[in-house]
Design a protein around this ligand. Sequence first.
Ligand code: DI6
Ligand code: FE
Length: 413
Amino acid sequence: MDTIMDIDQVIIDANIATMVPTGPNDEYGIIEQGAVLLSGDKIAWIGPMAQMPELDLLSIPVYSAQGAWLTPGLIDCHTHIVFGGNRSQEFERRLQGESYQSIAQSGGGIATTVRATRAADRETLFSKAKQRLDALLREGVTTVETKSGYGLDLESELKLLEVAAILDEHHPISIQSTFLGAHALPPEYKDDADGYIDLVCEQMLPEVAARKLANAVDVFCENVGFNQAQTERVFKRAKELGFNVKLHAEQLSNMHGTELAARYQALSADHLEYLDEAGVKAMKEAGMVAVLLPGAFYYLRETKYPPIELLHQYQVPIAIATDFNPGTSPLCSLLLMMNMACTLFKLTPGQSLLAVTRHAATALGLEDRGQLAQGMRADIALWDIEHPSQLSYEFGTGPLKKLWIQGVLSKAF
Ligand code: DI6
Ligand code: FE
């Protein structure tokens, strides 16, 4: 048997949460007393040890999980990890009573980060973003999506995407880049949002496409961001250039951006606190993923909850992510987000693990990861836990024991 000869690593004596559900009562897809056979960067076989194909184990590295748990490597499907500076002083102002919006109106907020990002060199941007990726890696994260959007001119947006490409090359985590040129209005285009959208569509998008610097295109559709018509112009151009699209939608108000995103077959709509039933229905019909961001909800002390019940009722897949960014979610922990998704958004621990594995992969249009199954990427986390619900239940105990990314055992442990 060819496949068996190609096996180069074996993990035995593991309890496995495959995240391939076997029925309505098994959200984890559990294999007890299981084994995984790796061939290069892929999973060649997975199943109960009792059914494992015969192998010459003396010639292959064998890792015993000693009854600990394997899950797919976690996926953080919405972040903004590449930017300059930080906004701790604006945090102090917020604590003294100023609102996020009023700080933005006085020239702070995203504009503060744009100034710091434009001034930063590639090395500084790289080393700061690397620290954040290292923190996620220590929590079993193997894929991270990151957006541009703090440069807001051609050169600075390209700089952010180039840093993301260098991180992808030099860091074990797999990086998926999203172009978010339409994040906010830069100072040069104050009072001329349509003029800035011209720049995004006519210069930035073609350049990003030509240099293959992003997999997807996102827009901040909001009363403090861009309106429906502007969002649609970006989506049209992005689709012409072959990009997937996704949207920051209904975070602070209901702009009906989600329905627009559905018309453009967006992969996901993200945030969604102000989403209504028509929007949920549109997501279902378009096969979109709802990406919920409990860190931003918590950090802004939001009181309007995303329509969780409706999302469940219409069976819209839910993903969760850190939204790591300097303004509304400086929280670099996906395990914390899993806990918050349960405590704040009433997800079950099983739904929360699905939200950072299978559904997060779908939100990025990636079919080769997010589940442990034959043929998938060998992105595998080994946890010192007694049940996968423990990943959402407790926080701060560092339960990760080992991590394989594309079959390579990470050196961080
Ligand atoms: N929504 C958010 O929560 C962040 N961006 C966005 O579109 C906020 C970004 C920031 O304040 O820096
Ligand atoms: Fe975001």
